[in-house]
Design a protein around this ligand. Structure first.
Ligand code: CDP
Length: 249
């Protein structure tokens, strides 16, 4: 049984990480054949799959927004994704809230006015959860959007920071999220430095928030590098397949 006192000892966290260390992060783009864009984010023990469809026609038509695309974001946890779940599935208050904030993130990142009267769906399915799934989901959704060829102002990056006692740490896992003092998930656009999402659970002082912001902006660069690398590898695979197709003709 893990207790709060176990979370931070001698400068190290329970899993051996220092305060600034991220959990192992692997991002793979283009993992689904049927979706226009997709990405799998494996982040610590989190596994989140994102798929993008669109831009497509809005039905019923009167719901369409004449000057721009509507983003339809859906975050959902699979019934087998967490230890505490008991096979219950479907949207709940938490997943509806996360879907709503994700929608706002993507609306502010996608160049929506390039696709008037259309809709773009971003599905984020949490297959396995261990703290930080909303930021993992949005990070995956961003890669899936880029993989679908949808133009973005920049790739949104999600990352959280939080306090364990007096120690501010980056990328909280589930124990740290549940037993720690506070946590702050954020989504930023690293290129412009804009903050697209900032939520807070618990209490943080002004100085704490400032420190959390600095740590998140620094750590986000590592996440962004993985996003870009995943997209590069996906493009290379597609180019190789296209070449193979031509050679076979
Ligand atoms: O996942 P995130 O940190 O964005 O959201 P949270 O509401 O702070 O949840 C923290 C963690 O608690 C999740 O990542 C899951 O590991 C776990 N959780 C769960 O297993 N089942 C839920 N219905 C809600 C949370």
């Amino acid at each position: 049984m893990v207790e709060k006192a176990d979370l931070f000892k001698n400068g190290k966290r329970l899993d051996g990480r220092g305060p600034m260390d991220l959990r192992p992060l692997k991002i793979t783009a283009g993992v689904l054949d049927r979706a226009q864009g997709s990405a799998l984010v494996e982040w610590g023990r989190n596994k989140v799959l994102a798929a993008v469809y669109g831009p497509h026609e809005v039905l019923p038509k009167h719901l369409a927004d004449p000057p721009k695309a509507i983003i339809n974001a859906r975050y959902i946890m699979a019934p087998f994704s967490g230890q505490e779940e008991h096979g219950r599935s479907g949207p709940n208050r938490r997943s509806i809230e996360i879907s709503k904030v994700a929608k706002h993130v993507f609306e502010n990142a996608v160049l929506v006015d390039q696709f008037p009267k259309t809709m773009i769906d971003v599905h984020m399915e949490v297959l396995q959860s261990d703290g930080g799934t909303r930021v993992a989901g949005i990070t995956a959704g961003a890669v899936a959007l880029a993989d679908a060829g949808i133009p973005l102002r920049d790739l949104p990056v999600g990352l959280s920071a939080g306090l364990i006692g007096e120690h501010m740490v980056l990328d909280l896992d589930k124990y740290e999220d549940n037993l720690g003092d506070s946590d702050m998930p954020m989504v930023i656009l690293p290129r412009t430095g804009e903050i697209l999402l900032s939520q807070m659970d618990g209490m943080l002082s002004r100085d704490d928030i400032s420190k959390a912001f600095d740590m998140i902006f620094q750590g986000a660069q590592k996440v962004r590098d993985k996003q870009i690398e995943a997209l590069r590898q996906s493009y290379e695979r597609m180019a190789a397949q296209a070449q193979q197709g031509e050679n076979n003709q």
